[in-house]
Design a protein around this ligand. Structure first.
Ligand SMILES: *Cc1c(COP(=O)(O)O)cnc(C)c1O
Length: 823
């Protein structure tokens, strides 16, 4: 067979690229060059880029095949990719060249890129982490690809009406996605529903038969993921659900053709829409089907690829690693067992060893409402054979425990895959833990809590399974591409090695007190702040000064992330000024961004509160413009890329013990923002790295929080009685100062914050937060001091590159190696 060897026919020089773009305008878009619009040029550029990526993707595939490399498959129900064109050009080192070329052609590449849709196939941190991982794997030349769902509608778009969030559908594929490649030839057939018939073979062997199932087709769409330098191109494979050709013969024969077609079309619902929260379990049938669809499509694809090279499934885990991004793909454990036992007729015990050696599980949250459980009734209906297998896995597992711990009934009850109370449910986290050889948390603190609080029994039994992999972010998207003024300065002063080795930025530590460097650092920040100010002025009609301190809180709206605490501080500053005549130490612009889950009433009210407080403060003449509040709607990757480089102060103020890691915190600090934060998630490790003098710490520690809550001894009313500042702020809320036309609107907040054992301890941390915010104001007024600290933040964030994170996973969990293209 002729081989597509690694001969790159497409050149990246200007003439070749220019010619290809013209070709695509004519032959792919069917337009004359003279009439090509900005959008046409963007598409033609993307198609020309895709040609180059495809060549390298084929070369990468050959390289992996020839070396029979072990591969890692990342299973994630979400990928928050962000725009792809600029990022891929950047990693191909073609961005500047393309900008010049477009200018000569009379187009502004920045504007062309702004017109690209921002695919939001994820909710927040978990999906964005998956995207950063893929970038790092390709950059490290590691055989690691992503598997996910090709949702037709991504996360809802957020618009604000009268201060309230309104959700709009996000039909992200409206203009097509020029970089993706559809692969109908590699479609897979997925059975669902039906029943199991238990039969016995003549030789006495048990043979379960899954019958009368309906099927859905999974069609892969590949998005090329190019590593920095363009040597390795991996892919993200997203499956779309399509109706199968197997029509329901009964309905068909009864003559109701239209109904038969309709039934089939309904199966396409599976990949229709992303569920809009990552921190709750939905318990809906469609969501369960989505989770199984991802797992089943992924495994069929993987086993087919494995079979082409090796018929011996006993060796499966020598060539395949699967990482479960949270429990959403936990059914992988069961589906792989079904495949090995039912289809490959491998003996149970050996199949179980293979499954455990293949799978590894990452836990992302300790919030109880996020722990997935599926009712036995629903599983029975959707996946009858899988439910049987779950029972079998459980009974063998519990037998083992009984042997080890004799008859500790409580322990057995806790460790069982089945929750027996009331409605019987399957605990997906327990399934993921016992089916995996590795269980990791995403920061040091979180990994400790995973062991101690979430899975103490499992930890006691298999301590060696549990490990930590602190999250990171990719410096390509979050510094090189999104903050070009700072990236250029860093490269000028420290060389460009930092792009693939972020610890190289240590080299700029020595400039922290160099006035020439500082001036340039300040100029870069100012350039970003001006861009954001203009954006806020033009989209929100709020006038903000780039000379003010930009104090930014951008992330999903959730009570545990404590946007409320931030608002209490803003109200406090406002009252200090207008009621007591005490001006703030520096002018501040408070910027918020974030979506609330559509069904999360409190979070949506918090959005309304931010707008109401901002509405009053922004137009109060007595404030003299010293405090401004802006809520930039529709937080997503492309907006984050605008906001983060312009930030002075990053708000990372979750209640200690609630934020597993955070990755927003890392993006801000890398871009030279100082953090005000609690000892939570990766904040702790960031503070260790940047130095405690360069981090504004406040708040209770996790053990103190846990102690207060478990002893039920947090009584916020006592704080209210003893603190005039707390009283003033809460009374202002209660007296409708920010809701004159809507009396009582925010009373619930006061009631909640004052209730005994309020879960997120807002008022317990309030006084210290206000105090540390004063220090922030004071130090911001001293630019030499402030910028020294900001520079040291950028310089010392090397640990938080996902390149480091991926090396650790590769070495400790996956056992995969880099495979460089040496040409
Ligand atoms: C990084 C990122 C997040 C995660 O932010 P956290 O502060 O870690 O919660 C969420 N959404 C978007 C768009 C992001 O880029």
């Amino acid at each position: 067979m002729a081989k597509c060897k690694s001969v790159l026919k497409k050149k990246n020089d200007r003439e070749s690229l220019n010619a290809d773009i013209c070709d695509h305008v004519v032959f792919s878009l069917s337009k004359d060059i003279e009439n090509a619009t900005e959008r046409d040029m963007g598409r033609a550029l993307a198609l020309s880029l895709r040609d180059r990526l495809v060549e390298r993707m084929l070369e990468t595939r050959d390289r992996y095949r020839e070396t029979k490399a072990k591969r890692m498959y990342y299973f994630s129900i979400e990928y928050l990719l962000g725009r792809c064109l600029g990022n891929s050009l950047c990693n191909m080192e073609m961005l500047s060249e393309c900008e010049d070329m477009f200018k000569d052609l009379g187009f502004d590449l920045d504007e062309v890129r702004e017109s690209e849709r921002d695919p939001a196939l994820g909710n927040g941190g978990l999906g964005r982490l998956a995207a950063c991982f893929l970038d790092s794997l390709a950059t490290l030349d590691m055989p690691g690809c992503g598997y996910g769902i090709h949702y037709e509608y991504g996360l809802f778009r957020q618009s604000i009406q009268d201060g309230y969030q309104k959700e709009l559908a996000d039909y992200w594929m409206a203009d097509g996605m020029p970089l993706e490649i559809i692969r109908p030839d590699q479609a897979v057939l997925i059975p669902l529903y039906g029943r199991v018939e238990n039969s016995i073979l003549p030789n006495g062997e048990y043979l379960p038969m899954w019958l009368d199932w309906e099927d859905i087709v999974g069609v892969p769409y590949d998005i090329p993921i190019v590593g920095y330098g363009g040597k390795t191109v991996n892919y993200l494979r997203l499956f779309a659900a399509r109706a199968s050709q197997n029509f329901d013969m009964e309905i068909f024969n009864s003559g109701d053709y239209i109904r038969a077609v309709q039934r089939k079309i309904e199966s396409e619902m599976v990949s229709k829409v992303l569920y809009p929260s990552e921190s709750v379990s939905f318990g809906k049938e469609l969501r369960l089907v989505q989770e199984y669809f991802l797992v089943a499509c992924g495994l069929r694809d993987i086993t087919r690829r494995f079979s082409a090279q090796n018929k011996n499934f006993e060796e499966f885990s020598d060539y395949v690693a699967i990482q479960l991004n949270d429990t959403h793909p936990a059914l992988t454990v069961v589906e792989l067992m079904r495949f090995l036992v039912d289809e490959k007729r491998i003996e149970w015990g050996r199949a179980w060893k293979i499954t455990q050696a293949t799978c590894a599980y990452t836990n992302h949250t300790l919030l109880p409402e996020a722990l997935e459980c599926w009712s036995v009734d629903l599983l029975e209906k959707v996946l009858p054979r899988h439910l049987q297998l779950i029972y079998e896995i459980n009974s063998r597992f519990l037998d083992g425990i009984k042997k080890k711990y004799s008859e500790d009934i409580e322990k057995i009850r806790r460790m069982s895959l089945i929750e027996e109370g009331g409605k019987k449910e399957v605990r997906m986290a327990n399934l993921a833990v016992i089916g995996s050889h590795s269980v990791n948390g995403v920061s040091e603190l979180h990994s400790e809590l995973v062991k101690r609080r979430l899975f103490p029994d499992f930890y006691e039994m298999n301590p060696e399974k549990f490990n930590n992999k602190t999250n990171g972010v990719t410096p390509r998207r979050w510094l090189l591409k999104s903050n070009r003024p700072l990236a250029k300065l860093l490269t000028d002063c420290a060389g460009d090695k930092w792009i693939t080795d972020l610890s190289e930025l240590k080299k700029i530590e020595k400039y922290a007190t160099d006035s020439e460097f500082r001036d340039k650092f300040v100029a870069a920040k100012r350039e970003n702040k001006i861009i954001l100010s203009n954006f806020i002025r033009s989209t929100l009609d709020i006038d903000v000064s780039p000379d003010s301190l930009f104090d930014i809180h951008a992330k999903r709206i959730h009570e545990y992330k404590r946007q409320l605490l931030n608002v209490l501080h803003i109200i406090h500053m406002y009252l200090e000024m207008v009621d007591h005549g005490r001006e703030p130490l520096c002018a501040r612009t408070f910027i918020f961004a974030g979506k609330a889950a559509p069904g999360y009433w409190e979070a949506k009210q918090i959005i309304k509160l931010i707008h109401s407080v901002g509405g009053v403060i922004n137009k109060d003449k007595r404030v003299k413009g010293l405090i401004k509040v802006a809520f930039t709607p529709d937080y997503r990757v492309s907006l984050a890329e605008k906001i983060i480089p312009a930030c002075d102060l990053s708000e990372q103020i979750s209640t200690a013990g609630t934020e597993a890691s955070g990755t927003g915190n890392m993006k801000f600090a890398i871009n030279g923002a100082l953090t005000i934060g609690t000892l939570d998630g990766a904040n702790i490790e960031m503070r260790e790295e940047v130095g405690e003098d360069n981090f504004y710490l406040f708040g209770l520690r996790q053990d103190e929080v846990e102690n207060l809550l478990t002893t039920r001894s947090y009584h916020p009313r006592e704080i209210y009685e003893s603190s005039a500042e707390v009283r003033e702020v809460l009374d202002a809320l209660y007296s409708n100062r920010f809701s004159p036309k809507d009396p009582g609107l925010f009373n619930w907040i006061v009631d909640k914050l004052l209730a005994d054992n309020e879960q997120y301890l807002h008022l317990a941390d309030f006084a210290e937060y206000i105090e540390v915010q004063k220090t922030v104001g004071l130090e911001y007024s001293d630019p030499v001091l402030w910028n020294k600290k900001a520079i040291l933040n950028t310089a010392r964030m090397g640990k938080f590159s996902t390149d480091r994170t991926m090396r650790e996973y590769a070495e400790d969990i996956w056992n995969i190696k880099a495979l460089k293209n040496l040409e």
